[in-house]
Design a protein around this ligand. Structure first.
Ligand code: AMP
Length: 285
């Protein structure tokens, strides 16, 4: 696996691949890789002739009070994991390479997709994500790019941006990979204390309880949220930031549970913020 650290180096390589009519796949990550990331790379390598995985801890998407400095990093393990998963290139630029002095441009998706969930709780976050993904798209020039459903709102934002700005890149969204106890894999899980790690699967349990309530016939979001809240309340270490049920495509609030819905939760365990979600079809009976 080749390691590329400059935008011009990456573009030149992509240009050569394009001349040979190779299909290029991109998997953007922030490193500290786990089986969720690996599933994205594997999915990309099944469909593409060349797969680029990027590792870039993007300062633009972290708020001033967030965990940029203590975001987990494991470059040596990551390289081995990517090579094993079938990546051809690791694109790992520095912050100065991505944002040289004078960098002043932002890409921003506006409206309902960012009005709820993580949008208001992490001001500037999705602007940082859209901006870095745009830069990665231009450097790698992929035909397709893979994202995880674990970050459902991020995937929705990227899809919207890719369509709105005519990037001509296929966006694929891959199911959430979980630990055996249900906890959604996340690089941030490494930041949890042993006791918080034991408490963390309650997020997934709450989502499943919500799903079960909907399957059992609950039709009001408030009723389902109260079922989920009860599950979460059993774990006093968890501080819930939001618990929402929205339309899975538009991310807008819904009055009645019908069609594809997204159940989403964000919570703190100690200083670590975790998110998780589940999509399902409601109102089929
Ligand atoms: P991150 O390194 O956390 O920025 O994530 C990089 C990509 O991996 C994003 O598209 C995430 O949605 C995806 N991802 C993160 N965790 C998981 C998971 N547990 N299952 C599947 N995809 C994931």
């Amino acid at each position: 696996m080749k390691i590329v650290r400059t935008v011009t180096g990456m573009s030149a390589l992509a240009e050569r691949w394009r001349k040979r009519s190779f299909r290029i796949g991109l998997v953007p990550t922030m490193g500290a890789l786990h089986a969720g990331h690996v599933s994205l790379v594997r999915a990309a390598s099944r469909e593409c002739d060349r797969v680029v995985a990027s590792i870039f801890v993007n300062p633009l998407q972290f708020g001033p009070a967030e965990d940029l400095a203590r975001y987990p990093r494991s470059p040596v393990r990551d390289r081995a994991a990517l090579a094993r998963a079938g990546a051809d290139v690791l694109f790992a630029p520095s912050a100065a390479e991505m944002y040289p002095a004078g960098f002043s441009t932002a890409v921003e998706v506006t409206g309902p997709l960012v009005a709820r969930l993580c949008g208001p709780r992490r001001p500037g976050h999705f602007r940082g994500v859209a901006t870095v993904v745009t830069k990665l798209f231009h450097a790698v020039r992929p035909h397709a790019a893979w994202f995880g459903r674990k970050d459902a709102q991020q995937a929705a934002v990227i899809l919207r941006m890719t369509r709105d700005l005519s990037f001509g890149i296929r966006i694929l969204v891959v199911p959430t990979v979980r630990e055996r106890d249900g906890l959604a894999m996340s690089s941030r899980n490494a930041c949890l204390s042993a006791r918080d790690r034991r408490a963390a699967p309650v997020l997934a349990r709450a989502l499943r309880a919500g799903r079960d309530a909907i399957r059992a016939g609950a039709r009001r979001p408030a009723a389902v949220r109260s079922v989920m809240r009860k599950v979460l309340a059993a774990e006093p270490r968890v501080r819930v930031q939001y618990l929402e049920i929205v339309n899975a495509e538009t991310l807008e609030p819904i009055g009645k549970l019908r069609g594809r819905v997204l159940l989403a939760v964000a919570a703190y365990l100690g200083g670590t913020r975790l998110i998780d979600n589940l999509t399902m079809r409601a109102g089929h009976r």
